[in-house]
Ligand binder design. Structure first.
Ligand SMILES: Cc1cc2nc3c(=O)[nH]c(=O)nc-3n(C[C@H](O)[C@H](O)[C@H](O)COP(=O)(O)OP(=O)(O)OC[C@H]3O[C@@H](n4cnc5c(N)ncnc54)[C@H](O)[C@@H]3O)c2cc1C
Length: 446
């Protein structure tokens, strides 16, 4: 992935946010398998659009939340009878289940369990006013709202779905000191002073998260660790690139070292690498939840399932016609809903892919890893009780293109990983998300 982090304030890009498109293939795939025994065709798929669709077996169906629901006297014909008993049509059942369980469509099965997110804060029902209204409760909106309430401002935060339901619930949550479009490139494009500010902002962003975690008592697996940038192959070009970046990192005053890791599989068989001590990682949804609670504790108002439809200078209006009037409006929707094409024309949407593989505890060193490839691979661990999960991302494609037309990103990721981290066992997770790349690599245009 190129350009996943370009924070001047936070390690996640602030300026971008738009609803990701639902990847129909992965949504429908599990249903196809289970529906076929009933002889239904693809165009009859009754619950398309759900991330956790109902799936049929002879005696059970899965409801929209993944719970198994028994079908009385189940047999081939009985599923339809059951559906009519349960409310008539399949879509009515889907709706009933969603209403009952408050399911948010479009969530993913990620290592963070984004699929289990449920709204915790109310929907906005009446007009309100505040000093600032923030739209979007991903890492950007939550962080912004938190800083505002800390400064004594009255804040309303409006979220269309639920906090963390966007890209912040699909991220791999590396808190990087490395700038992933390369510091030497940044110096070339924007000059040394800007490159230095960017490096400083990455440091401060991680410090900010660490301080917030401590001050608010948030248990989100925040951890300081080494990050390693390594050459993508054995070529002289790849090594030259690494050395060039090492020199640029030193110029922008990052505390980096060139190290030799000895091709140990616990280190992903990496040899020479730039070490970035004091990088970080966390569990993004636990963090977002913790900060959301802190906002409310400090007097902020958060509303979920409150989709903003209209944005003006000093007010926003939801789909249900509720207006929030404010001195300022912050759009933290990943890509803004306003500004027409002024921002969108300067962003390239890409899709990035992630797999999570089971690894025996302790078999892989806890660190962050990035290679110099374009698009680059990004790797980290998340610890579970009995095993660890090696989380590997990359193989980005342009959004809107069908990856299967030219390569299989998940298979490629798996192959790449198994060649390096040889203790990797089965793949437990596969997910994808969208990243907006500013054309100048920095969103620095004026
Ligand atoms: C697979 C993947 C891996 C990544 N890895 C990393 C990484 O390791 N490190 C890193 O720094 N970055 C990483 N990124 C990038 C990072 O995740 C994003 O930059 C970041 O999450 C964006 O946060 P955000 O708050 O701007 O957007 P989002 O998290 O998408 O939040 C936007 C919110 O706005 C809401 N919204 C949208 N429209 C409306 C509306 N009309 N009304 C109300 N609410 C609305 C959405 O529902 C959503 O909750 C990764 C991204 C992906 C996809």
């Amino acid at each position: 992935m190129a350009g996943i982090t370009r924070p001047l304030i936070f390690p996640f890009s602030l300026s971008n946010s738009i609803f990701r498109s639902i990847d129909k293939k992965s949504v429908l795939h599990p249903m196809k398998k289970s529906i076929q025994p009933f002889g239904l065709q693809d165009n009859h798929l009754p619950f398309s659009g759900l991330t956790k669709p109902f799936s049929f077996s002879t005696s059970w169906i899965h409801d929209c939340c993944g719970n198994q629901v028994p079908v009385p006297n189940s047999g081939r014909g009985d599923i339809r009878k059951f559906m009519s008993m349960a409310g008539g049509s399949s879509s009515q059942m889907e709706k009933q289940c969603r209403d009952q369980h408050d399911v948010i469509p479009g969530l993913r099965h990620t290592v963070w369990d984004q699929q289990d997110l449920r709204p915790k804060f109310p929907k906005i029902e009446k007009d309100e006013s505040a000093d600032v209204v923030v739209v979007g409760a991903g890492i950007a909106g939550i962080s912004c709202a938190y800083n505002l309430v800390k400064e004594g401002k009255s804040v309303v935060l409006l979220e269309a779905k639920t906090r963390g339901s966007g890209m912040s619930g699909r991220t791999t949550a590396h808190l990087m000191l490395w700038y992933d479009d390369f510091y030497f490139q940044l110096e070339k494009d924007h000059g040394f002073d800007i490159a230095k500010i960017v490096a400083e902002s990455h440091k401060r962003a991680i410090d900010f998260i660490e301080t917030t975690v401590k001050e608010e008592g948030i248990d989100c697996h925040f951890y300081r660790l080494d990050g390693y940038l390594f050459p993508h192959d054995n070529s002289t070009e790849a090594m030259d690139l690494l050395i060039k970046e090492f020199e640029a990192c030193k110029r922008v005053r990052l505390d980096v070292k060139m190290v030799e890791l000895g091709n140990d599989p616990a280190y992903g068989k990496v040899g020479k690498a730039i070490q970035f001590p004091n990088s970080g990682e966390f569990h993004p949804l636990l963090y977002i939840n913790g900060v959301a609670d802190a906002i409310v504790r400090r007097g902020g108002r958060i509303y979920e399932k409150s989709h903003v439809f209209e944005v003006e200078k000093n007010h926003v209006k939801t789909k249900d016609g509720v207006t929030v009037t404010a001195g300022a409006v912050v759009m933290a929707t990943y890509s803004p809903l306003n500004h027409n094409l002024a921002v969108h024309a300067r962003q390239t949407p890409n899709r990035t892919y992630v797999i999570g593989l089971k690894v025996p505890k302790g078999s892989v060193k806890r660190a962050n890893w990035w290679d110099t490839y374009d698009p680059y691979h990004y790797v980290r661990l998340e610890q579970k009780v009995d095993y660890d999960v090696l989380i590997v991302g990359g193989e980005d494609t342009s959004s809107g293109m069908k990856p299967k037309d030219y390569h299989d990103p998940y298979a490629q990721l798996e192959k790449w990983t198994r060649e390096r981290w040889t203790t990797a066992e089965e793949v437990l997770y596969r997910w994808t998300g969208q990243v907006f790349e500013p054309v100048d690599h920095l969103s620095y245009w004026t």
